[in-house]
Design a protein around this ligand. Structure first.
Ligand SMILES: [Zn+2]
Length: 267
């Protein structure tokens, strides 16, 4: 079945991963800008990272028939230094009109600190000014529930249309407040943290199939670029039909991402 992995950090993956994802039915990926596993020593490091996301990676993906899209931002983990973060934000506008750029992400909070919140608010404003979609990262190590509340408050204060925002890494204790507020929700499937495929299917069975998707968030750490098709196996094992897998991993991503006119993967 054709599917979309809407959150995966392909710059950290090998070409073998692209090949295996294509064999499993992956037709498109979207790659948020994130922390590289180390803090960049200079904002100019992000200039090259944005070039990689908007030029190199789409070409690499195309060799496997996979459409590659991306999101740009300064990630919350490197947003503690407000001056540094603002320099990175200053680089973003010149990349926004590149053909594979969907919007601003993954912005959000890491330690729920005051400075992270300042930069989050400024990046929400950047997206609003350029009328772009937003992809949000919610904290893993600190209080996810509190972080999600702070993020929702910041989005509401900026009067952003919740239908144009996806809040990612939701879990059992945060999914309801995200969906009830009208936002889209993403579940991240990780082998040893975040959601397992079983927990993700439990959540879908409890909260329904509206405005929700799954992703692998495959990166440089322990993660699985085939987590999405493996979750489809869990859905089938429980007796769900292809209508559910299509809805979660094709129709929902197409509906949300399709709000950006340049998102046109070949199905
Ligand atoms: Zn990520």
């Amino acid at each position: 079945m054709p599917y979309i992995d809407p959150h995966i950090h392909m710059v950290s993956r090998t070409t073998d991963d692209y090949a295996r994802m294509a064999e499993a039915g992956c037709i498109a990926v979207t790659e948020p800008a994130f922390w590289a596993g180390f803090d960049r020593s200079n904002p100019a490091g992000f200039f090259d990272y944005f070039r990689q996301l908007t030029d190199t990676e789409p070409k690499r993906a195309a060799r496997y028939g996979i459409a590659h899209y991306c999101w740009l931002c300064i990630n919350p983990k490197e947003a503690e230094d407000v001056g540094f973060a603002r320099e990175v934000m200053g680089l973003i506008p010149e990349f926004l009109d590149r053909p594979n750029v969907l919007g601003i992400g993954e912005i959000g909070l890491n330690k729920n600190s005051r400075n992270e919140l300042v930069i989050l608010e400024e990046q929400i404003e950047l997206a609003r000014r350029h009328d772009r979609l937003i992809l949000v990262h919610t904290p893993h190590l600190e209080d996810k529930l509190k972080g999600t509340r702070l993020i929702i408050d910041a989005l509401r204060n900026a009067a952003v249309d919740p239908g144009r925002v996806l809040i990612d890494h939701v879990e059992e204790h945060t999914v309801a407040q995200v969906l009830d507020a009208g936002f889209w929700a993403g579940m991240t499937l990780y082998p040893d943290s975040k959601c397992t495929p079983q927990r993700a299917v439990d959540i879908i069975e409890c909260y329904g199939r509206e405005r929700i998707w799954i992703n692998s968030a495959g990166d440089w750490g322990p993660s699985d670029p085939l987590a999405v098709p493996k979750c489809h196996v869990e859905m089938r094992r429980r007796g769900h039909g292809e209508d559910l897998t299509r809805r979660i991993s094709l129709e929902n991503p197409l509906a949300f991402l399709g709000q950006c006119p340049s998102f046109q993967p070949r199905i």
